[in-house]
Design a protein around this ligand. Structure first.
Ligand code: OAD
Length: 241
């Protein structure tokens, strides 16, 4: 076993507390594409440019086609070993919180309960008129797009956080209050390009808490992380757990 993996395993075995931050990379081995890099393209649109209130106002059907496409991919996906391993960490470590930027529901499918979906959930719709939120694992038919609310007939939008939109304050409160009691953060499969999620490891570092990372690529925290493992989440967790 590689030295770094061994060190992380030892930490986990004795840990009393842990925050885990995940991003799209953890679901890559489940067949869900990441946002950046060659995977991040959809019909030549930049995925990150479709995830904006502006794009939705301009062309709700196009934005919904993209979310429908993403729903169809995610519906075919199942949690992989890394999602289940993180559920196992939740069971092993008393003071635990999973913060995910992913909207794909795969952590929930793996059984995670102590989790915050910082960017929302792709299977939820939010009515732009009456605010009703509905969870439904489905792909809309072409003739249903853009979908409308069954109660007030206003446009439905995906209940996810778009660029330029704030993270709901109650979500931020849970995350930031939880930092105090945590001795370490484990960052898995995120490029750390998107704030405020990207701030979390820096806050841990600043407070002299431990920072661990699993990612096949280097990121901005690799140089100061206490343990930085270059590898795919699924393969690294197969060695750890
Ligand atoms: P990105 O697509 O920016 O980054 C994916 C990260 O996963 C990269 O750092 C890859 O090196 C890494 N990676 C790739 N394969 C991996 C594997 N098998 N195991 C582990 N890591 C792997 O995705 P995020 O950082 O999650 O926001 O993106 C953050 C946010 O930007 C998303 O939540 C989304 C997006 O726009 C919103 O929709 C608001």
């Amino acid at each position: 076993m590689k030295q770094e993996i061994k060190k992380l395993r030892e930490f986990i075995l004795n840990a009393k507390s842990l925050m885990v931050l995940t991003g799209a990379g953890i679901s890559k081995d489940s067949g869900v594409p990441t946002f950046r890099g060659e995977d991040g393209l959809w019909r030549n649109y930049d995925a990150t440019k479709l995830a904006t209130p502006y794009a939705f106002r301009e062309n709700p059907k196009l934005v919904w086609e993209w979310y429908n496409w993403r729903r169809s991919i995610i519906l075919k996906a199942a949690p992989n070993y890394a999602h289940f391993a993180i559920k196992k960490l939740e069971d092993m470590i008393e003071d635990f919180l999973l913060v995910t930027q992913n909207v794909d529901n795969l952590h929930r499918d793996a059984g995670s309960k102590k989790l915050v979906e910082m960017h929302g959930n792709i299977f939820e719709t939010l009515c732009t008129g009456c605010g009703h939120v509905k969870f439904e694992k489905k792909v809309f038919r072409e003739d249903e797009l853009p979908p409308r609310c069954g109660r007030c007939n206003s446009l439905l939008r995906p209940n996810v956080v778009w660029f330029t939109e704030p993270i709901p304050s109650e979500v931020l409160k849970i995350i930031f209050e939880s930092i105090d009691s945590k001795e370490a953060i484990l960052v898995v499969g995120t490029s750390l390009f998107v704030y405020p999620a990207a701030l979390l490891p820096f806050i841990f570092k600043e407070r002299n808490k431990k920072v661990f990372e699993i990612n096949p690529e280097e990121t901005d925290i690799s140089c100061f992380a206490d343990i930085s493992i270059r590898g795919k989440a699924k393969e690294v967790f197969e060695e750890i757990i």
